[in-house]
Design a protein around this ligand. Structure first.
Ligand SMILES: Nc1ncnc2c1ncn2[C@@H]1O[C@H](COP(=O)(O)OP(=O)(O)OP(=O)(O)O)[C@@H](O)[C@H]1O
Length: 245
């Protein structure tokens, strides 16, 4: 793995909103094919960090390289290799599941088949349902399918399973494992320890805009000298992480 180019290199990212420093000198390297978790309390700077990595937000300082591309300068190329699912989806609410998938498929030269996408996120029964009529969890699953339409080599998922019921959550985990088997690099923003432990090869722990540690889940536990990841989180950040998943 070390001889390969990293999939993502973020260096010294910094972002402030007015007086509020949201991201303060964050540097990360994500290897190709890895599931890389970003874990932190509310407001730790996770979403701002991944938005900068995706080229959706301009860093105040610092740089990002994604598969050797600059996400802001090389937008068109990045769009072909990166899939992004953010917490809020901006899609046309009056379109149905099938229509939205069809629309997104038209953006890519070799899109995944519509049936495969629907099956991947378990929305077979909802094909004809308008986005605005879907439940929150179904909307979330659709936004994940839309992130996968173009067979991206890198996927950024913000709060993958928040709001999903246990069955949908396990199904989503299986989908992520399937993507990993295809060699896709995945950045997973999460609050949920169980999810991070199960899926992530390595985890960056963010607190108040800074990286506190980057380790395997087991490595974080060892570093903190605790029994489990929950306690490791508390030991390393001094904060309680609410498992909102
Ligand atoms: N557009 C914005 N304008 C002003 N402040 C913002 C904006 N977006 C985020 N912030 C602030 O920046 C900080 C980091 O926010 P961010 O959303 O990156 O954190 P997060 O770790 O993703 O949080 P959460 O888990 O709640 O999604 C927070 O204090 C937040 O209130």
């Amino acid at each position: 793995m070390s001889s390969e180019e990293p999939a993502i290199v973020a260096e010294h990212l910094h972002k402030r909103y007015g007086p509020k420093v949201a991201v303060d000198d964050v540097s990360l390297r994500v290897d190709p094919g890895e599931i890389f978790g970003i874990l932190g309390t509310n407001g730790a700077g996770k979403t701002t960090t991944v938005e900068m990595i995706a080229g959706l937000r301009r860093p105040g300082r610092g740089s990002v390289s994604l598969l050797g591309l600059d996400p802001r300068r090389d937008r068109a190329k990045v769009r072909q290799v990166l899939g992004v699912q953010l917490q809020e989806s901006y899609v046309h609410g009056a379109l149905t599941v099938s229509e939205l998938i069809g629309l997104y498929r038209s953006f890519y030269p070799d899109p995944r088949p519509a049936d495969e996408l629907v099956e991947l996120v378990g929305l077979e029964e909802q094909r004809r349902v308008r986005f605005e009529k879907l439940s929150g969890g179904q909307q979330q699953r659709l936004s994940i399918a839309l992130a996968l339409v173009g067979r991206p080599r890198v996927v950024i998922l913000d709060e993958l399973t928040t709001g999903l019921d246990p069955r949908a959550r396990r199904r989503m985990w299986a989908t992520i494992e399937r993507l990993r088997d295809e060699g896709v690099t995945i950045v997973l923003v999460s609050h949920a320890m169980e999810e991070v432990e199960r899926l992530c090869d390595r985890v960056a722990l963010l607190d108040a805009g800074r990286v506190v540690a980057v380790e395997t889940p087991a490595g974080l536990v060892a570093q903190a000298g605790t029994q489990n990841l929950d306690d490791a989180f508390v030991a390393l950040t001094g904060k309680q992480l609410e498992d909102v998943g």
